[in-house]
Design a protein around this ligand. Structure first.
Ligand SMILES: [Zn+2]
Ligand SMILES: [Zn+2]
Length: 187
């Protein structure tokens, strides 16, 4: 029904066709403007997220976002040229890598007495005789000097010889003695 009316209207006069074309053009321009506005907003949001992942400086964040807000795509080009090269996550990752590399180099490879090169399985420094590690008395694997327990066989390296002495065990039992274990048998 509406189609029929449209055909009749177009046939009756040429000016009607012109207004229809103008309306269509208006719709197209409307969509185009809407697209550009959405595109512009997306660029602003993208820039804001991007600059936030690259710097914590609030002024830089505001300036970068303003640049794209005012100059649109031109501003984006300028931002891409000037923005910090690495993201904060990349910088952090690189720092971790460098630190672990540094720790490996300093901890593993030199004697802290004479700075001679040593390997991780040396018991003493080959050039100055500095004690580096000791073997576990039970499983004989090499342990750091500061360790109190063997991580491989779980033996107590500090407490083991002291508990074997009977006098020490009695002295340790004395303070708690009268209150708990002796009360039972006397009754
Ligand atoms: Zn040494
Ligand atoms: Zn052990």
């Amino acid at each position: 029904m509406t189609h029929l009316i449209f055909v009749l209207g177009a046939g009756s006069s040429g000016s009607n066709l012109l207004t229809t074309l103008q309306n269509a053009l208006g719709v197209v321009i409307g969509f185009l403007v809407a697209f550009i506005v959405i595109f512009w907003l997306s660029l602003i949001i993208w820039t804001f997220r991007d600059i936030r992942s690259r710097t914590q400086d609030l002024l830089s964040q505001i300036l970068a976002t303003l640049l794209v807000t005012v100059f649109f795509i031109g501003g984006l080009f300028i931002y891409m040229i000037l923005r910090p090269r690495q993201t904060l996550a990349e910088i952090y990752e690189r720092q971790l890598e460098e630190e672990s590399l540094l720790a490996e180099m300093t901890e593993r490879q030199t004697c802290n007495n004479c700075h001679a090169r040593i390997e991780s399985d040396f018991q003493v420094c080959p050039s100055c005789g500095q004690k580096l590690k000791r073997p576990c008395p039970k499983c004989e694997r090499l342990l750091e000097l500061r360790w109190s327990f063997c991580p491989y066989c779980a033996s107590n390296l500090v407490g083991a010889p002291m508990q074997s002495m009977p006098g020490m065990a009695a002295m340790q039992g004395m303070p708690g003695g009268p209150s708990i274990p002796m009360g039972g048998p006397r009754y």
